[in-house]
Structure formats: C-alpha cells, structure tokens
Write a protein that binds this ligand. Structure first.
Ligand code: HEM
Length: 387
C-alpha cells in the first residue's frame, strides 16, 4: 500500500500536479493561461451566491448526440432556463418521497452487504467498488427515476463510460444507448405512470412547465451522470479513510450518533468534485479581488474546504465541527439538487457496512489508484477482506 496518509491533500497525482502550481496563500488568483481560481472559502461563498455569475461555461456545441443533449443539462443554464428544469426535479424531493427512497435504499444496501459478507466469509478478498459502491449507486438512480433496477442494470456502465470518456467511439455509443433507454422508459411511464417515480412525475408535468421531450431526456441523463459516480466515488473515499485509520471505524461501531458528523467531515476532507466552473458576466468581487468580466473561474472546492480561516486545523478529521460549512455540494442556485438523496444513500450504506461487517479491513498489499480525472475523484478499486 502507498505510504502517504490518505487524508492529506493532494492525494493523487493529477491533483498534486495541479495544486503544486498554485500559491496557497492567495485566496483568488489567475493562472498563466487566463483562468481565474478561487481557493478561499468566503470568496467562494460570495462568488457562488452572485447571480450575475454564469454557469454557461460550455464551449459552443459541436455535432453529436452527447453535445446536443449536454447543451440541455440545466447545470449549464442560468436564471429562468435553469429554474424551469431544476424545479421539475427538486419538487420531487419531498420529505415523504425521500423517506420512501430511504427505505428502498436501506433494503438494497442490506442485500448488497449480505452478498459481500458471504464472499468475505469464504476467506476471499473483493473489490468493494465493484461489488457494492457502483451497483448501489446505479440502483439509487433507478429508484429515484422509478425504473426497475433489473431494467436499469446497464445504467452504471453507461454512466462510467460517459463520465470517463476514454474512447470516442465507445462514448458516442454509450450516449446513444442511454438516450434510447430513457426514450423507451419515458414511453412506458407515459403509458402507465408509476407512482412517485421521477420519470412519471416529470412526464406528467413537462407540458405545463413548457419542457419538451429532448429536455426531459437530457435531464434524466444529467441525473445519472451527476449522481452516479459522485456517490460511488465518495463511498470508496470515505471507506478508505475509515478503514485506513481503523480507530475511526471503531468509533462509529461504538457510537452510531457519530455517523452523520463523520459523513460531513469526510465530505469536507475527501471532496468528491474538486472544481465547479463559472463565467463572469461583469466585473465581480471575490474578497479583495475584482475578477474581470468575461473570464472563466474555477472554484476549487477541495481547497476551499480546507481554508484555515474557516476550518480550524483544516487537515485534521474532527467530529466536533458544528457547523461544518463545507462546500462539497457547492452553493447558491446550483447547489447539488441530489444532496439530500446522497446523504440518505451514504448513511444507508455506511450503516449497512458497520452492521454487517464490523471486521471489514483493507487488503494490505494493494496499490491504491485514483481515476485520472481531476473532477471526479474516486478510487479505481478498493480491495477489502474480513479480518
Ligand atoms: C456525494 C455525492 C454528490 C456530490 C459530492 C455532488 C456534488 C455536486 C456539486 C458540487 C454540484 C454543483 C455544480 C455547480 O455548482 O456547478 C452538484 C450539482 C448537481 N448534482 Fe450533485 N453531487 C452528489 C450527488 C448527487 C446525486 C445523488 C444526484 C442525483 C441523483 C445529483 C444531481 C445533481 C444535479 C442534477 C446537479 C445540478 C444542479 C443545478 O445545476 O442546479 N448529485 N452536485
């Protein structure tokens, strides 16, 4: 196993190379290639709450299914165009709907952990990303949309192909496949609405909200790409930290009331999405700096979450940070619409792991490797065994 402590930033080579070039004492700075970066917490809060700052950061769309669809992702829209689509989704996250999802996710997590425990009981080791994190993240998106997990079994694979984009041909094929899948599901949900599933609800409301089918299908795909890998990646990062520092795992085994603050503190320390991008439309204040109009700005959430002006002893794991104002789910108009669902999912999964596998341990001899992307920070594999 690598010798570094997996709580120190930067943890992986991609981030290390990038962070190594920055002056950590400057809360706002400009890079050689004209990109502006925000590293400070108060400056990030100010910028993300500023309604004149735009999220329309995509380059003008080229041809291709993916480009056509992603141009409709509301994460890249501003003002009314953003709200119209976001509301269709956020209105469905009622407390009653979340309670229902919580029960379903808890059952799925318990079933996955049962399978994992059976494998580990034979003395085998296994990759917990493959056996638990990815399948459960895919099931969660299916349940949110109201798609049966059996029908949606390929969603996880497509989401990985779309977010990693290692091979153009595979990428286009995945975009076509996922679009065809949701088109077919939409027709099914229109023909026979399925209760509170998001697809049925959106299908019913789309007309009145002035949302066409292409926007509706793009929104399903956005939920998949925004919600799948972030949750799965973070689960791996969280488990690595808890098992590497075994006393943290033991602490949660002894006292369940620490689970919620532990998840928040690990979201802060192991920020899953390291950067969110914005574009200024007018000269914009961020702390003492005025960022000029018409430039791209990257808000480095991983560093913002360790700003010593806001978090005392910022590299330390502390369960007594109340409040814990980390920005791992961003802030402002684009605050993660799935944050409450992600918290439910992570809580269910961690509880199931603690209850079913108190003796879970990391395999000593593994080489930890993070995926090569800066944005989606996740482990490629995490080998575990029963100690
Ligand atoms: C640990 C898990 C997750 C993390 C760390 C995370 C993080 C984020 C971040 C940082 C943003 C803000 C982007 C910005 O400011 O430009 C965001 C937006 C978003 N997230 Fe999440 N997310 C997670 C889980 C989920 C889940 C489970 C879903 C849905 C099923 C989801 C759906 C979305 C959507 C649709 C947006 C766009 C919101 C908007 O633009 O209004 N996320 N997420």
């Amino acid at each position: 196993m690598q010798s570094h402590q997996p709580d120190l930033t930067p943890q992986d080579e991609v981030a290390a190379r990038f962070y190594g070039r920055l002056d950590r004492n400057l809360a706002v700075q400009r890079t050689g290639d004209g990109l502006w970066l925000v590293l400070g917490h108060p400056e990030a809060v100010q910028l993300l709450r500023n309604r004149t700052v735009s999220s329309a950061t995509r380059k003008p769309a080229a041809a291709g299914t993916w480009n056509r669809l992603s141009a409709r992702f509301f994460i890249f829209h501003d003002a009314q165009s953003h709200l119209r689509l976001r509301r269709m989704v956020s209105d469905c996250f009622t407390p009653a709907r979340l309670d229902l999802l919580k029960d379903e996710i808890r059952r799925s997590a318990a079933a996955r952990l049962g399978e994992l425990a059976a494998i580990l009981a034979t003395g085998d080791r296994t990759d917990i990303m493959e056996t638990v994190a990815y399948p459960l993240a895919a099931e969660t998106i299916c349940r949110l949309l109201g798609v049966s997990p059996a029908e949606g079994e390929f969603l996880g694979e497509w989401a990985v192909a779309l977010s990693r984009h290692t091979d153009d041909e595979q990428f286009d094929r995945s975009a076509e496949d996922v679009l065809a899948f949701f088109r077919q599901q939409l027709a099914l949900h229109r023909a026979a609405p399925q209760g509170a599933g998001l697809l049925s609800v959106m299908a019913e409301r789309a007309g009145a909200a002035g949302v066409d089918d292409e926007e509706l299908l793009a929104t399903c795909i956005l939920l998949l790409v925004a919600g799948f890998e972030t949750s799965a990646n973070f689960f791996g990062n969280m488990l690595l930290s808890l098992l590497w520092h075994r006393e943290r795992y033991e602490q949660l085994l002894a006292d369940e009331s620490l689970i919620a603050p532990a998840i928040e503190e690990l979201l802060r320390l192991h920020t899953p999405a390291h950067v969110v991008m914005r574009r200024t439309t007018e000269p914009t204040a961020a702390g003492d700096t005025v960022i000029p109009a018409g430039v791209q700005v990257g808000v480095l959430l991983g560093l913002v979450n360790r700003d010593p002006r806001v978090f005392a002893d910022p590299d330390a794991y502390r369960l007594d940070r109340t409040p814990n104002p980390h920005l791992s789910f961003s802030l402002g108009a684009h605050y993660c619409v799935g944050a409450s669902l992600a918290r439910v999912e992570l809580d269910a999964l961690l509880r199931a792991v603690l209850a079913g596998l108190p003796n879970l341990a990391l395999c000593e001899e593994q080489q930890l490797r993070w995926s090569g992307r800066f944005l989606g920070r996740g482990l490629e594999r995490l080998q575990v065994l029963a100690a």
